[in-house]
Design a binder for this molecule. Structure first.
Ligand SMILES: C[S@@+](CC[C@H](N)C(=O)[O-])C[C@H]1O[C@@H](n2cnc3c(N)ncnc32)[C@H](O)[C@@H]1O
Length: 288
């Protein structure tokens, strides 16, 4: 995610945080969380300028979009039939402005949205202040969930938290802990194979430049070398291993194809690349 381009949709955050270089270096949980909390606070406005309409952030009842390929929970039912959402306690991890949680509430569920970034949550509060269902929002990190064991019937995450944490195995264990037996945990992330290509939606993004097996995080740093943005890579095998080790059963793995109706790019996600290889992986799991 290089940020030198003046048309860069993250220019405000980059300038605010003084991002000046890209590093490939180990970053622990605390530093990753600190960098990403500051990043999402700084980027919240531009993120929403660019993506709020696609995500339905300002729709009265929210929307539940799983990925840049536009899969909607209302069509895919990855959390179960819409009729069965009624009365379910559902945790949304890395909810941002919580359009997904608000959509779940509009369908009768009792969702709670959790996110590290106050800036992202505040955008959700602003949307809720204009009407529609109100959802409790909690500011906390996904590696240590502030909820009791077995307190949710289901959990979900649309690109929230999982790609950004140093210890995603711990997130899997934490979500499993707060789920009741049989509860579903569905989360979408960058497809692991995207790691090997530059973050470029065009032809330059079709040439592999990184080893798939190199788990060294992608880190942006300021002039002092302090991380300002961190992304962590896991292979497909890593993700499945973490799911199984947490006491979850993998039920399905969705690799969305780029739909014909969609010509809108989202960062490195584009029709060009989406027609050739997947940009998103959606893991559908259940607590044993
Ligand atoms: C790509 S945004 C997705 C937000 C929302 N799900 C959406 O679709 O717009 C990633 C979100 O994950 C949150 N996040 C990053 N690291 C986190 C962590 N360790 N714990 C909880 N949330 C985190 C960010 O603050 C941000 O809101």
């Amino acid at each position: 995610m290089p940020h030198e381009d003046p048309a860069d949709p993250h220019a405000q955050a980059t300038a605010l945080l003084g991002t000046s270089a890209i590093a490939r270096t180990r970053v622990d949980s605390t530093s990753s969380a600190r960098a990403n909390r500051r990043w999402w606070d700084a980027d919240a406005a531009q993120y929403h300028d660019e993506h709020a309409a696609f995500l339905g952030v300002d729709s009265p009842d929210g929307e539940f979009v799983w990925c840049p390929e536009g899969l909607h929970e209302g069509d895919w039912h990855l959390l179960g039939d819409i009729g069965d959402l009624h009365g379910k306690r559902i945790l949304e991890v890395g909810c941002g402005s919580a359009p997904c949680a608000r959509w779940l509430a509009a369908h009768g569920a009792y969702p709670v949205g959790l996110d590290l970034s106050r800036g992202m949550l505040e955008r959700g509060l602003a949307a809720m202040a204009r009407g529609g269902p109100r959802v409790p929002l909690v500011q906390a990190g996904a590696e240590e969930l502030p909820f009791a064991d077995a307190s949710f019937d289901a959990a979900c995450s649309s690109f929230g938290a999982v790609p950004f944490v140093a210890d995603s195995a711990r997130v899997m264990r934490e979500v499993a802990r707060v789920l009741r037996p049989g509860g579903r945990w569905v989360f979408s992330v960058n497809h692991p194979m995207r790691w090997i290509f530059p973050d470029d939606p065009g032809p330059d993004g079709l040439r592999a430049t990184m080893p798939y097996f190199d788990r060294t995080p992608y880190v942006e740093v300021d002039a002092d070398g302090t991380p300002t943005y961190v992304e962590h890579h896991r292979t497909l095998g890593d993700r499945i291993g973490e799911i199984v080790a947490a006491g979850l059963t993998l039920i399905d793995l969705i690799e969305p194809e780029w739909p014909e109706w969609l010509d809108q790019e989202w960062g490195q996600w584009s029709p060009l690349r989406g027609e050739i290889f997947p940009g998103t992986a959606i893991f559908v799991t259940e607590k044993r």
